[in-house]
Design a protein around this ligand. Sequence first.
Ligand code: BV8
Ligand code: ZN
Length: 278
Amino acid sequence: MTGPELAEAGRLLAAARRPVVFTGAGMSAESGVPTFRDAQTGLWQRYDPQELATPAAFRADPALVWGWYEARRRGVRRARPNPGHRAVAAIAARLPETVVITQNVDDLHERGGVPAPVRLHGSLFAPRCSACARPAPVPPDLPPPADPPVPPGGPEPHGGVESHAPEPPDGPLIPPACAGCGAPVRPGVVWFGEALPETALSAAVEAASACDLLLTVGTSALVHPAAEIPLVAARLGAPVVQVNPVPTPLDAICAVNLRGPAGEVLPALVRAAWPDAG
Ligand code: BV8
Ligand code: ZN
């Protein structure tokens, strides 16, 4: 990607000191993690993700919903951060006040070199009891493919847990029982109709209110209240730059719309901002 839009976005990034990078499922698409817009595959194709990702679905059929999340978690384990994730880490390394806010429940930002993104919708790697909220262990899996080394200070993927349990086939899976109260364990994600974690939401609103640039990457901006984060920044006068192959409801508030895949556009943007970045 080249052209005046990229040059303008590069100028805005080079001038920024407190950028926010706000990401959605498109950020991980090139890592092979399906977006919410992408058709589901296999057993899951007859289910609407927005129906499966609800407390009601889990109450109605815990094994179906747990199986879906376990399949997604195993898919993420097999995935790798893409050059887009690494470019976000490069921005954060160059501008220490950068805040990365994600809607994604995969751990590719962390494995890509961003130790502590603000997680609005939780994580696939933080199961807890559905009754007493007691944290539960992440089920053992086959060792993931070795990730390229993460810069010093980056987290050990998955706490270095290794095991040789055979991978169960994609399908319903009875959730483990809580070690404390015996109730079913649930995925540590925010389901539709559930409130976002207060700490994460307020950290996100605070960062968007204080930022001098907001980069929104790979989101359709349809799910609320997350979709309001870029609006907070724009309302307070910060320029917003969007990376998405297609138009979204955010187009109108953006100073620059970069139409392309994150894995290609973000490295080009870093080079445009800091030609010496190499
Ligand atoms: C709540 C975790 C109340 C689970 C998720 C206001 C207006 C309308 C509706 C509402 C409203 N307020 C609340 C609602 C209801 C609802 C909502 O927003 N519904 C929508 C569908 C209309 N919101 C809620 O229910 C929220 N909770 O309101 O609680 C409450 C309050 C107090 C007390 C009690 C209750 C909770 C919402 C969170 C739900 N959980 N995820 C899981 O993952 O299973 S949301 C989930 O879907 C994701 O986290 C993400 O947020 C969203 C998907 O959106 P995107 O990430 O943007 O992905 P998508 O696939 O849509 O788009 C991908 C984009 O990438 C596309 O634009 C594509 O072009 C682009 N792309 C593709 N490839 C690339 C690319 N871009 C760059 N590079 C590429 N290579
Ligand atoms: Zn419990």
